[in-house]
Design a protein around this ligand. Structure first.
Ligand code: MG
Length: 235
């Protein structure tokens, strides 16, 4: 009996770059509103709006764009010119068409593990955008299933690893977010592997579950096949 049969991969900032596009757009947004406050202040207001709106819009670029518009209205006390709204919409549209930038070792690692394990891509974000990125990445055929979900919690992983695998106990989730990828997968009874990315959204930060026996930390995806092997063949 194999101890591990199913591996879930996060997509954004695990397989390809994502947060850097948000940071770039945020800078551009702050520059558009430079007359109404310093970059730091505008960014803080934007983060407040994103936090407020998460439960309504969910994760992704479209919600982010709406939060930018909301923030622009707020910081200008309702006087934001249509040209700025237009600039915000352009910035959001550009984010939705930026080319994919795969992260180091993403392809070789997914190729190495495909076949030997059931691979499931598990990601949040806009459906359209994630499907576009997956198609562009050329990795789609290597995954047995793709799940674009509105949130990632323990119940999500219990459900998905039962649907696509042999339950969470024989499953592993790999991703850059401790909060969305690692902690809830362990909570569900699976393995949680953290692959940190230098840019991770502040709302995705939690403490690493270092005391959990099923927690692992790797510096890049190139280390994943070795880690999987050590779990399959302990001692
Ligand atoms: Mg991610």
């Amino acid at each position: 009996m194999q101890s591990l049969t199913t591996i879930g991969f996060d997509a954004d900032d695990t397989l390809w770059q994502n947060e850097q596009f948000f940071r770039m757009t945020e800078k551009r947004f702050a520059a558009m509103l430079a007359d109404h406050g310093e970059e730091k202040h505008i960014s803080a207001r934007l983060l407040e709006a994103e936090r407020r709106n998460l439960a309504v819009y969910g994760f992704g670029i479209k919600g982010f764009t709406l939060s930018m518009i909301e923030t622009a209205i707020e910081v200008t006390q309702g006087r934001v010119p249509a040209s700025v709204i237009s600039g915000i919409l352009d910035a959001g549209r550009e984010m939705l068409s930026h080319p994919i930038e795969p992260l180091p070792h993403a392809r070789e690692t997914v190729e190495k593990l495909a076949g030997a394990f059931r691979l499931v891509l598990i990601t949040k974000g806009d459906l359209f955008d994630q499907e576009r990125k997956l198609a562009q990445s050329g990795l789609g055929d290597l995954f047995d299933a793709v799940e674009i979900v509105s949130d990632k919690n323990a119940a999500t992983y219990a459900r998905l690893f039962s649907r696509h695998g042999d339950g969470p106990a024989k499953s592993m989730m790999v991703g850059n977010s401790l909060k969305s990828d690692v902690v809830p997968a362990i909570e569900a009874g699976g393995w949680g592997v953290h692959v940190p990315h230098e840019l991770t959204w502040v709302l995705e930060h939690v403490e690493a579950p270092v005391a959990e026996p099923r927690f692992r930390l790797i510096s890049d995806l190139g280390q994943l096949p070795g880690l999987v092997d050590s779990i399959m063949n302990p001692g």
